[in-house]
Design a protein around this ligand. Sequence first.
Ligand code: ZN
Length: 508
Amino acid sequence: MARKANAPKAYESMVALLRDVHDLRRAAAVLDWDQQIYMPVKGNDARSRQSALLAELAHQKFCDPRLGEAVEASLADAALSPARRACVLEVKRDRDKAVKVPADLVREIQETAGRAHMAWVNARKENRFAGFAPFLARLIELRTREADALGVPEGGVPYDALLDQFEPGATVKTLNPVIERARDECVAAVKAIRGSARKPKLEILKRRYPKEGQEKFSRQILTAMHYDTQGGRLDESVHPFTTSFDIDDVRITTRYEERWLPGALFGTIHEAGHALYEQGLDRAHWGTPLADALSVGFHESQSRFWENQIGRSLAFWAHFYPSLKRLFPAALKGVSLKDFHFAVNAVHPSLIRVEADEVTYNLHIVIRYEIEQAIFAGKAKVADLPALWNEKMRAYLGIVPPTDALGVLQDIHWSMGAFGYFPTYLLGNLYAAQWMNVLRKAMPDLEARVGAGDLLPVKTWLNEQIHRHGRRYPTDRLSKRVSGEPLNPAHFAAYLREKFGALYDVTW
Ligand code: ZN
């Protein structure tokens, strides 16, 4: 009897302890947001110290034995609701992982990553991979130790433990068939498109688009997407991002370039897609896994859904193009809707991932994924990475970077010791196509609604299908709930063939 009476209390006390951890982490997020937007350069040292302290306090609180006891006591309660049980199991999963990694290893990774980041910045500036190589080797060694501490799943490889940190449950074995299918599809698409006689007029997007107009348009789109501006704000930063301090305070950033319209345009839509996920979580469960995004791949499925499936569709521009034209009458004078739509959907192999189109983008990801796999399987040495990168660029994209700065050194992730992150970008694209396939059937008038600028039904559908569940179900199960099947790259392949086949008048 005593256990029964205490069990609900155990759940409540678990939630209370978790909310403290959560608030510490969100306070650290405020410091990070400020650092990226307003902080003067000289503030860096103090800020690093303050952020590290908050991270340490959050980690200590999370590993507090009282939290472990509350988790076990909750699980012992047979009357616990299925949602609460799922929640407690997720806390247990996170906590078991957190306590497995020795504190000194966590600190060493953080410190090394801090120095590696500076080394990477300089190496990229000087185009000298050798300057970054020893730090990269050290980070790989530390992450390998971390993977060992976390434990390799049965029949798996050490890299699986790293993938799991971003995409829970993902392993090389399960990801490979999916990623290879997407890779082959994109390689075939690029080849077919390259042979097309149709060429978009990219120059349209490189005309002069004053910042004020871009900002006005960004805000107009945010309103149309039903991003809650009373519970968020739009700022500028070098690298656009979304951050959440609370369901009622979800902020996004963008970057305006006068001579490249798509940057802010699709960057803002992308980040707003992330933000709608955060704003759509279940506030009753704030601070627990039930009000937490399911995975990085799922998060990216939201941003990419809005950016590409909606934001690059003809229906979307049928409605929004006239107002864009009013804001930039000089730049868009005489440019038809059709030409504009083709230009924002141009596909062409390029060197830099973050500037890549929605087809070639995936190949940049595949290259990192394949190289990371080789690294953690002991099949690739750090010194060989630039050559390996260039070889894969030639094989998949048909171009070779002239410098390492434009090649293997371009992305920040490895300098932060983030290995296993890249595949989530690709998963996001695949899931986004899968969601659209379902939404089209569920909402036969979808195109007409988007074409009328009415985006509320899309947002509501995503709220209902994905956001409100938090981490209630594992990724495969939520995918099945939404679409009747686990992740299936065939939907992305069909999407590419339909859209780019028509735009470029090609088949593959
Ligand atoms: Zn994103």
